[in-house]
Design a protein around this ligand. Structure first.
Ligand SMILES: Nc1ncnc2c1ncn2[C@@H]1O[C@H](COP(=O)(O)OP(=O)(O)OP(=O)(O)O)[C@@H](O)[C@H]1O
Ligand SMILES: [Mg+2]
Length: 361
């Protein structure tokens, strides 16, 4: 394809990427659920129905770039699964719309479905217990229209990809929880879609199995195969480790969206530093407390056996640290250990979700 304006010659797929750099876009996407709940009325055990209205996704506008590994974090009921369900056309939005791979979720449902693979967290449904992993995938390959002559090769490829190569011919009922989750992931990858929506793929897995799945998503799916991945999770540091950008969602809205480091920086805590010192007197501790820029000594513990004192200092800024070190040096106080307390993404998550709750109260 020849672009007259620029004079560059582009391949067709390059042009497609240029035309739409975003793999997923949502425009004021909204979903409200109306449900009737049983409630106990007054002193009497008289049950009546109460209407409950929940706006699970609230005018959400979001852009996820092609090839991006995007983490969506949020507490229970934040609206993550509802968003994923709207993106994969399982639920129609009440307001707004979304585009997946350039296709509209309302008007071009078939193309949207062909562009993505979805993995849901709820149970491992839809597998035949008395068939092997391989036979189960054969069934899905037929449903997904994988060409008959390529099925065997494709199934073995995805089984190997997720690390089930040696267990492909074992009965599904004999799989462990982690193996079942891996088979679900293999099923999602079977049609080789460019976009993957993974809703809590590591929930319920042990530490090693979750780490394997995370590594697989980061290294194989994202880096090697350049897939766009929307990854929802409750595990904050897990998202921080692998994702390019993270969004924090609460009550259907985004309360933060940036790189993991930037989200961490959004909560500006006072600088906290831990120092462990030997041979320090009470008067010297008080002198440190009185130094310019030292706001407080937050924690103070003496280890008589080791002859050490553990102090946590709250400083106005890290610049004040020089004064503390100068004092220790001049007084010939032995510095045994030093550590700066970094705010974790976990802190940011709790702080930002609580802040959004207060703002809406
Ligand atoms: N089919 C439904 N009918 C009524 N309410 C629903 C339905 N599905 C979801 N909800 C409500 O919408 C809100 C968002 O639910 P959703 O499952 O999207 O949250 P989530 O972020 O995935 O939570 P979790 O982390 O627990 O999986 C919740 O308050 C939930 O009760
Ligand atoms: Mg969910």
């Amino acid at each position: 394809m020849y672009l007259r304006a620029t004079g560059y010659i582009l391949e067709d797929d390059e042009l497609l990427i240029m035309q739409n750099e975003n793999a997923i876009e949502t425009f004021g996407l909204t979903k409200t659920f109306y449900s009737k709940l049983s409630a106990v009325n007054g002193r009497w055990l008289f049950r009546h129905k109460e209407n409950r209205i929940v706006t699970a996704v609230d005018h959400l506008s979001l852009e996820i770039k092609r090839g991006e590994l995007f983490g969506l974090l949020g507490p229970n009921g934040a609206g993550k699964t509802t968003l994923v369900k709207m993106l994969c056309t399982l639920l129609p939005p009440d307001e707004g719309t979304a585009r997946v791979n350039g296709f509209d979720v309302l008007r071009e449902q078939m193309s949207v479905k062909q562009s993505l693979g979805t993995l849901f967290s709820v149970g491992e449904r839809g597998f035949f217990w008395r068939l092997s992993g391989y036979r189960n995938l054969e069934f899905y390959a037929a449903i997904y229209n994988v060409p008959r002559e390529k099925r065997k090769e494709r199934i073995m490829e995805v089984l190997n990809l997720v690390g089930l190569g040696d267990n492909g011919f074992q009965l599904y009922q004999k799989y462990s929880g982690g193996m079942k989750r891996k088979l679900s992931l293999a099923r999602t990858l079977l049609p080789d879609p460019p976009i993957l929506l993974l809703d809590e793929p590591t929930t319920g897995l042990d530490v090693i199995a979750s780490r394997n799945i995370r590594d697989f998503i980061k290294n194989t799916l994202s880096k090697e195969r350049c897939k766009t991945v929307l990854y929802t999770t409750h595990y904050v540091e897990e998202a921080a480790q692998i994702c390019d950008r993270v969004a924090i969602m609460n009550r259907g809205r985004l309360v933060a969206l940036d790189t993991p480091d930037a989200v961490r920086d959004m909560i500006k805590k006072a600088e906290l530093v831990d120092i462990v010192v030997g041979n320090i007197t009470e008067a010297q501790v008080n002198a440190i407390k009185g130094l310019e820029g030292v706001v407080n000594i937050v924690f103070d513990m003496e280890d008589k056996v080791m002859g050490q004192r553990h102090l946590q200092l709250q400083l106005e800024s890290l610049d004040s640290l020089r004064l503390v070190f100068d004092y220790l040096f001049k007084q010939k106080i032995r510095l045994v250990n030093f550590r700066r307390e970094e705010p974790t993404l976990e802190d940011a998550f709790i702080e930002l979700t609580e802040r959004s709750l207060k703002e809406r109260a």
